[in-house]
Design a protein around this ligand. Structure first.
Ligand code: 4AD
Ligand code: MG
Length: 430
């Protein structure tokens, strides 16, 4: 019976054949332990000299790391392994021998691993991270589909810049200038006026010269946008959505979380409601914690976000930022126009901002004025302004950065491990 590691629990006591790679190996004179992986999971194959033909045992002892194989064996329950099963090997057929695999079980430097990302992905740790990333994506579609949202795909090549003009990737679009999308938001606003509640999931690009553990040049964003949702409604969806993905990972990826050594008690606690503080309160909190360098009107850096997050055991919303710090489209607070109806969601444990969102300006004149204040070309935003000319309604939305969310849920230090092929400052290979 040909099967996969993921499916072996169905075949306890039976003989199965699995197409696999040798991840690692330990052997003595009488027994060989093969760490096998097949993409669906990892399992130990046990080859006992006394139980197999001599040539099979010799093959087991000499196979090299990452050689591809067909392994046949009987599935046994193994209480000592976190996976719960092992394979009592009866035969090994080599498909392709791997020679001098560069990533050995010893420690390697980060740059070396990054240069071999195409192979590094095969490791148990990277496998676990990619599975959790996939579960977050799966749960995202499930959450929004269950809640009446329609998936809409905004364009990648655009003529406008939602998040400021300094971090744009420029390209030619035949004779016109074009930019790689920084955010699908403006298009999602148009879609919300057509479909009510929408969400997107796609790549976004920021030519940011930042070299931090939270910044990628190319990253993936989930961007919901909701017609008739005001500031408060927006925060409710966010805390429900974030809790949903965390609980889904806990439920469906317990093995992967164990592989990563993640403290799951911290994740179990992630349930609505999330704490909220205003920007003003955040500044006060930072002063109380001894950050004398920050004043009203300054943006928070990573150390500030980490210090704020330390006061909470759930993600925390920081609301009502100064208008001058935020993009042109955010709705000012009507009682206090120097701040906007926005919120950033800061993950616990120092993982930083995972969501940026706001209520959007829906008044035509105000939006036009804000575009002018930001020196943005009105022709490029003509269509966006028109959304405020034909039955404009209050609406809100947000963007969740997938890689930062994966980093937080996995407990992984740097976003470079949370995307299959990271695009970083000075890294386009592989
Ligand atoms: O806060 P940002 O810039 O918000 C927007 O782009 C809005 N237009 C979204 C919306 O309202 N539809 O980005 C949203 C999130 C951040 O909170 C962060 O998680 C992530 O995207 N992000 C990055 N992730 C990795 N590398 C970068 N360089 C990132 N820049 C933003
Ligand atoms: Mg932001």
């Amino acid at each position: 019976m040909k099967t996969t590691i993921e499916e072996v629990s169905k075949y306890v006591g039976q003989e199965v054949t699995i197409g696999a790679w040798l991840a690692n190996k330990r052997s003595s004179g009488k027994i060989a332990f093969l760490q096998l992986r097949d993409g669906t999971g990892f399992i130990q194959g046990v080859v006992e000299k006394s139980q197999v033909a001599e040539d099979v045992f010799q093959r087991a002892k000499s196979i090299t790391q990452e050689t591809s194989l067909y392994v046949t064996g009987t599935v046994r329950i193994d209480e000592r392994s976190p996976f719960g099963y092992e394979l009592a090997v009866t035969n090994i057929e080599i498909i392709h021998e791997s020679v001098d695999y560069p990533i050995t079980p010893k420690e390697h430097g980060v740059e070396f691993l990054m240069d071999h990302r195409h192979l590094w992905l095969r490791s148990k740790r990277q496998h676990a991270i990619m599975k959790i990333r996939n579960e977050i994506i799966r749960a995202t579609y499930e959450f929004f589909n269950h809640n009446g949202f329609v998936k809409v795909d905004p364009p990648i090549l655009t003529g406008s810049a939602p998040e400021g003009t300094t971090e744009l990737f420029h390209t030619k679009y035949f004779d016109e200038d074009a930019y790689l999308s920084q955010s699908g938001q403006l298009y999602m606003e148009a879609a919300a006026m057509a479909l009510g509640k929408v969400f997107s999931f796609g790549p976004t690009f920021r030519a940011e010269k930042s070299k931090t553990r939270r910044h990628l040049i190319e990253f993936w964003m989930i961007e919901p946008e909701m017609a008739f949702y005001e500031f408060e409604d927006n925060l409710k969806v966010q805390e429900q959505y974030v809790s949903y993905i965390v609980q889904s990972v806990l439920k469906n990826c317990s093995l992967e979380l164990k592989t990563l050594g993640r403290d799951t008690a911290k994740l179990e606690n992630i349930q609505p409601p999330f704490p909220r503080i205003t920007y003003d309160e955040a500044i006060q909190l930072l002063h109380d914690k001894g950050f004398t360098d920050i004043a009203w009107g300054d943006d928070f850096g990573a150390p500030h976000e980490t210090a704020i997050a330390e006061s909470f055991d759930k993600p925390v919303f920081i609301t009502h930022y100064p208008t001058q710090l935020k993009p042109f489209y955010m709705q000012p607070d009507k009682n206090r126009p120097e701040v906007v109806l926005c919120a950033d969601l800061i993950a616990p444990e120092g993982y930083g901002e995972i969501i940026g969102g706001s209520e959007r300006i829906h008044d035509y004149e105000l939006l036009k004025q804000r575009l002018e204040e930001h020196h943005l070309p009105l022709e490029a935003y003509k269509w966006y302004l028109e959304l405020r000319q034909y039955g404009s309604v209050p609406h809100s939305g947000f963007g969740l950065g997938l890689e930062r969310t994966v980093a937080w849920i996995c407990g992984v230090e740097h976003v470079r491990e949370t995307i299959p092929f990271p695009r970083l400052l000075n890294r386009l290979y592989p």
